[in-house]
Design a protein around this ligand. Sequence first.
Ligand SMILES: [Fe+2]
Ligand SMILES: [Fe+2]
Length: 312
Amino acid sequence: MYSMPGDPCWRARTFPSCLTDYRHRTKVRSAAGQRRRRARVTIKFQFSDMRILFIGDIFGRPGRNIVKDRLPGIVRDHAIDLIIANGENSAAGFGITPALAEELFELNIDVITTGNHVWDKREIIDYFQLVEGNGHGPARRVLRPANYPSDMPGWGLYQGSKGKIPYAVINLQGRVFMASNDDPFRTADQLLKKVEAKVIFVDFHAEATSEKISLGWYLDGRVTAVVGTHTHVPTADERILPNGTAYVTDVGMTGPYDGVIGVKKELVVGKFLNGMPVRFEPATGDVRLCAVVIDCDEKTGKARQIERLMLS
Ligand SMILES: [Fe+2]
Ligand SMILES: [Fe+2]
């Protein structure tokens, strides 16, 4: 990074003895952080910018705790406007309860998506039924995949606004190596007819990479982002597709990596060895937060940049 005399970075490079001074190093770091933040604010101002943070499958208490610890710093450093998180594993790895959804909303998460674990905690069904008459309350901002049978409780599309910027979030589930639901491709077509917002975020909760990549191409230019969840393993293929859709096959899990996709490794390895039924328990170690930050033009909904995060 270019710097001038008077700038703390320049001083640090010119007088290496300064580096031994903890207070000075702290100043250097915070000055660099301030410059990055100022640059982001300038970009936002110049280019009608909206920045979306999406947090991958939050797994159990370890996942919830790391979100609590790291979210304020991410929001500050990346100038985040809208926060979306997949919460399908937030209740000890299996489902989400109303209390846990509200705990996540208290952290300023705007919308919670889910997936195949959505019904693991039955209380969520009653929560969805609270929604009548309150179109933007917390219960309405928890989504289940939109391509479930239409008479199931809940919704797979949320339309809201952040400041004056309208946005939509769509939750879909894949059909390859998963339960057979309605076609996610045609469901997306139907939902997009209803959406007026330009900024449209899609969480595609699916197992097969081919199905996820196909939906990315299918929706390229029609939505701001197609982001994959469910496998709990982040992929390194984030990119902006040719017509302006941000894409990544899987964001990865926010939870304990000292296990097998969130579960204690001994239990899962044992099940592979002997095939006996076992009660899965959440792992606890090596907790990481996996997310993506998407920068888009709020006026067109086109994505400009997608950045992958993995924090421990
Ligand atoms: Fe998950
Ligand atoms: Fe899942």
